[in-house]
Design a protein around this ligand. Structure first.
Ligand SMILES: NC(=O)c1ccc[n+]([C@@H]2O[C@H](COP(=O)([O-])OP(=O)(O)OC[C@H]3O[C@@H](n4cnc5c(N)ncnc54)[C@H](O)[C@@H]3O)[C@@H](O)[C@H]2O)c1
Length: 300
């Protein structure tokens, strides 16, 4: 029960990874706001049923949960989501930003609408709940009640290394890493840590990919692609124990957890004056020979 009595919001918790996180937090003693708009894989439609089902599952475990159906990519929706946690459970300790959907296409076929929809749900859908939770935690801190709060954002291998056919999604997920770094630096003074995960699991989002590359495990064997494998790390990052960890990105799949080292300064050169473009060929060639090689883009 590493999250006993903590109040946790999980966005997009009606299915897949978000559902697994919500259940794990409940098992760890937390009270959970189960947010989900109940949309299709490409973000259409809407239904209360998925969030409601997860709330019932949590109650059946003896836990406490409430369903919440706001669109997290709207200012009013994000505000309502944070207000629901405060009104229902009286406090907020953890925000897990997880909701999102896909509209995959090669760049030359990607429409402006498909670009906007995916940037909106992932990038704005992380920013707005983070902003409203942050406003609450800043007010708490200023009132002398220092929070011990956590934000866990959801990036993706697509955002860290790139993924063919997912230009919109990769750009949004890379943006979430930048947002995580800034939020970690800005909110630390209020007692809030901000980290990100890059998960991999079998959900409706990846079913076809994994069906092609992975046979289902034998009865009783470890199912490495189960979404439930990702959630213990998310619950730990949401617990009081992780207070010294912030601004980090963890790749997590099956039983494997990897700290991503991200961009850092590599080999450099300084002429002490402006370069002449014609001299740069050998100079850049030399730097690239010394530098760590880029990892391949997924699907390339
Ligand atoms: N499954 C993977 O291997 C994988 C890999 C990398 C990243 N991710 C990320 O993990 C997160 C969860 O993905 P998943 O695989 O569980 O997908 P999923 O489709 O099973 O679940 C996403 C949920 O988000 C909800 N949602 C969508 N838009 C919403 C909105 N505006 N407001 C509220 N809820 C909304 C959907 O209704 C859905 O229930 C996503 O951010 C995804 O990009 C997943």
């Amino acid at each position: 029960m590493i999250c006993k009595d903590r109040v946790v919001i999980v966005t997009g918790a009606g299915r897949g990874l978000g559902r697994a996180h919500a259940l794990e937090f409940a098992r760890q003693g937390a009270k959970v706001v189960v947010n989900d708009l109940g949309v299709s894989l490409s973000g259409e439609g809407g239904s209360d049923a998925p969030a409601q089902r997860v709330v019932e599952e949590i109650r059946a475990l003896g836990g406490e949960a409430v369903a919440e159906g706001s669109d997290i990519a709207t200012d009013a929706g994000a505000q309502r989501l944070v207000a629901t946690a405060l009104e229902t459970f009286g406090r907020l300790d953890v925000l897990v930003n997880n909701a999102g959907f896909l509209r995959d296409r090669m760049l030359v076929n990607l429409s402006e609408e498909e670009w906007d929809a995916v940037m909106r749900v992932h990038l704005k859908g992380h920013f707005l709940p983070l902003k409203h939770a942050g406003l609450h935690w800043r007010a708490e801190s200023k009132a002398g009640r220092r929070p011990d709060a956590r934000v866990i954002n959801t990036s993706s291998g697509a955002g860290l290394l790139g993924s063919v056919g997912q230009g919109n999604y990769s750009a949004a997920k890379a943006g979430i890493v930048g947002l995580t770094l800034v939020a970690s630096a800005e909110l630390g003074r209020y007692g809030v840590t901000v980290n990100a995960i890059a998960p991999a699991a079998r959900t409706r989002m990846t079913e076809q990919v994994f069906a092609a590359t992975m046979a289902a495990p034998e009865e009783g064997a470890f199912d490495a692609m189960a979404p439930e494998n990702v959630s213990p790390l998310v619950a730990w990052l949401g617990s009081a124990e992780s207070k010294d960890v912030t601004g980090r990105v963890f790749e997590v799949e099956g039983g494997r957890i990897c700290v991503m080292e991200g961009f850092r300064h590599g080999p450099s050169t300084d002429r002490g004056a402006r370069w002449d473009a014609a001299e740069l060929g050998p100079e850049i060639g030399g730097l690239l020979k010394e530098a760590a090689r880029s990892e391949p883009v997924y699907g390339a």
